[in-house]
Write a protein that binds this ligand. Structure first.
Ligand code: UT7
Length: 337
């Protein structure tokens, strides 16, 4: 589904960013000791050199620390937050939502909060949801968090998946603006539920509740048919990124950065190529964090903004593909000095 903004409406813009990546590093050399793999294969097939692992705590800790980083750096009182949206596929519990736990941890006592599940596209879906709440004129400060403790659902005896994922949390604050030159300008979000088989967790939900058998069969870990997902991800992410450019009459020279989901450097390169973008116009940190699912895109935004690379007035295209299948792109103009 596609949404377009008309000019006389309130627009949502990002007014703060924050991140948290745990200190513990799991590098490729260490993985060589766990499974039959090697540093060269991992780097050339995925672009990943190392990832972070949260030793103590849960996804709510990743999200809360990212939110606290944002609140401190941008001098925001947690009591002023109206809504918290948390994109995650590794919630602390089935219920209550991870957003409730984060609301309590950061002292956002006036906020209502909910989780959103869209896997690697979770941040884009949450950003569009937050944008719609702002545009409706009802809320002034919406905190959008992407956080995943992927190490909680990774089988470290499965070389197909254990090399890919890491833990992190990242957050952005959305506020209204009447400045038409900045803010979230367009989004294209897609779902194809027939992709379920290729990437999912087999047990633990109501379809297949946890049992001795499901634990013995290792059904509480990520299952991925990597090759199948790779094919559709390359096409899906490139198609939707080109589609949003064409829809908004954007040429490659109008775009400061593609901010892609960090699943595989080869998928990112193919997307950038289709968009006609030089490598220096693509945000990359997959080498240091691997695939942190809902956290990848805000993590890239936070790092590139703090390094002074993303500047006010820059046009960004965010793009992701993930389980579901879910995929999409968002076009925004950066409004923070
Ligand atoms: O973020 C959510 C969406 N997910 C994605 O976007 C992930 C999409 N998929 C991928 O990124 C890639 O498919 C992978 C990185 C998961 C795998 O890369 P690939 O180039 O598709 O490798 P492959 O699965 O086709 O395997 C090629 C070979 C196989 O050996 P043979 O059959 O050719 O002898 C695998 O057994 O590489 C072998 N292999 C490995 N070798 C060393 C698979 N995993 C490993 C490994 N280390 N970790």
């Amino acid at each position: 589904m596609s949404t377009n903004k008309s000019n006389n409406k309130l627009r949502a813009t990002i007014t703060g960013v924050g991140m948290y990546a745990p200190e513990k590093i799991l590098d490729n050399k260490t993985l060589e000791k766990l499974v039959d793999t090697n540093d060269e294969w991992i780097r050339t097939r995925t672009g990943i050199k190392e990832r972070r692992i949260l030793e103590d705590g849960a996804t709510s800790d990743l999200g809360a620390r990212a939110a606290q980083d944002l609140l401190e750096k941008h001098n925001v009182d947690p009591k002023d937050i109206d809504v918290i949206i948390v994109a995650t596929v590794t919630p602390d519990y089935f219920f209550p939502s991870t957003s409730c736990l984060i609301q309590n941890k950061i002292g956002a006592s006036n906020a209502w909060a909910f989780d959103l599940s869209a896997a690697c596209s979770g941040f884009l879906f949450a950003l569009q949801t937050g944008t719609s709440l702002i545009e409706a004129g009802r809320y002034k400060k919406v905190l959008v968090i992407g956080a995943d403790k992927m190490s909680a659902i990774v089988d470290y005896t499965d070389r197909n998946t254990c090399i890919l994922f890491g833990d992190a949390g990242s957050a952005v604050l959305l506020e209204p603006t009447e400045d038409e030159s900045i803010g979230i300008k367009d989004s294209i979000l897609n779902v194809d539920g027939s992709g379920f088989e290729s990437l999912h967790m087999q047990a633990g939900g109501s379809a297949r509740p946890a049992s001795v058998e499901t634990v013995q069969n290792k059904e509480h870990f990520i299952y991925q048919d990597g090759k199948a997902v790779f094919k559709v991800a390359v096409k899906g992410m490139a198609d939707v990124s080109v589609e949003i450019m064409e829809k908004n009459n954007l040429k490659s020279e109008d775009i400061a950065y593609l901010v892609p989901h960090q699943a595989n450097l080869r998928i990112i390169d193919a997307t950038a190529k289709r968009m006609g973008l030089e490598p220096e116009k693509v945000t990359i940190n997959i080498d240091r964090y691997g695939n942190t699912t809902a956290a990848t895109i805000p993590l890239c935004i936070t790092e590139y903004y703090r390094d002074g690379k993303i500047k006010k007035g820059d046009n960004l295209i965010l793009a992701a593909f993930g389980a579901g299948y879910t995929w999409g792109s968002i076009y925004l103009t950066w409004g923070l000095d």
